[in-house]
Design a protein around this ligand. Sequence first.
Ligand code: NAD
Ligand code: DAU
Length: 329
Amino acid sequence: MLVTGAAGFIGSNFVHYLVANTDVIVTVLDKFTYAGNAASLAGLPENRVTVVRGDICDAELVDQLVRANDVVVHYAAESHNDNSLHDPRPFLDTNIIGTYTLLEAVRRYEKRLHHISTDEVYGDLELDDPNRFTEHTPYNPSSPYSSTKAGSDLLVRAWVRSFDLQATISNCSNNYGPRQHVEKFIPRQITNILTGERPKLYGEGLNVRDWIHADDHSSAVLRIIEAGRLGETYLIGADGEKNNKDVLELILTSMGQPADAYDHVVDRPGHDLRYAIDSTKLREELGWQPAFPDFERGLTATIDWYRENEAWWRPQKAETEAKYREQGQ
Ligand code: NAD
Ligand code: DAU
């Protein structure tokens, strides 16, 4: 299996999951941007995992690697909304041109592709909307990040329809767990507390995200690769809706701090209000279920992971906070 972007958060968790639960032989292709971390792949058996440093926009390299593998699982992306608001260009290069480059190689060698995407392609919901996102919700992305992910999904769909590409797509909600970059909400707040800084909440913190443990994302992706119908899209979610203020208060109290020991900072422009996934299709058609339905327990384990792995996150922390400070966040 060729796994792109596996030095990042979710891709690295997927490779750990594959090594623990299957006998698949993995090649990782990762550019090691600021978000890629070699330590996230440390300790994996050399006879199971080979790491190639390279860009998914490099057509020659992609051609060689796709030809040599049976299945391509495509995680590589520029993934952070805030970054996309300040410098959108790398999002266009990696998320659009990179995906296009992979699609052409997969088409040439008639391989199987699974494309990893996000619930953000559907835009956002009102807080009191009784509906959640389904596979039929129209695309309506808000940020440069989510619009490039939407574009990449549409490219995959077009290659399926026009060239009979053997592909599936999944759109997942917000992941949490070990090895997530400290720029993201949950690890940022945990590591702020660990370094004596106050956590930072955008606006009033009423925005809702639908949290899923990264291992549950991995088990769902594996299930889709094994049994998903070609050409189909599957939404992945674990019924984990919570607003940011509640999540932050839970982090603070779990770490022995007063629940109000945080700062309100300037809100994200165009900030999506609520995401919520209806994963009925995945559950009923493929029999998938989350193994981590209890968010509080998963969050406590995640806090413990950051406590115990300071060497993993410490090198990213100062630079990340300096960038946020410049943005007033
Ligand atoms: P991440 O930013 O932690 O990791 C991205 C990885 O891609 C990094 O290792 C980076 O070095 C690599 N990369 C970036 N540009 C590359 C390029 N041009 N060539 C090769 N490698 C490149 O991201 P993540 O949070 O792990 O997200 C992974 C995927 O999952 C993305 O496609 C994202 O859209 C999707 N997703 C993320 C979430 C979430 O909650 N984080 C939820 C749903 C879907
Ligand atoms: O929904 C899936 C998406 O989830 C993925 O496609 C993205 O790759 C991933 O980054 C994530 O996007 P979000 O924008 O929802 O995640 P982020 O961790 O940046 O922010 C989560 C929420 O927390 C969001 O409402 C903004 C808020 N926030 C974020 C930061 C970094 C804060 O209140 N304070 C912060 O310091």
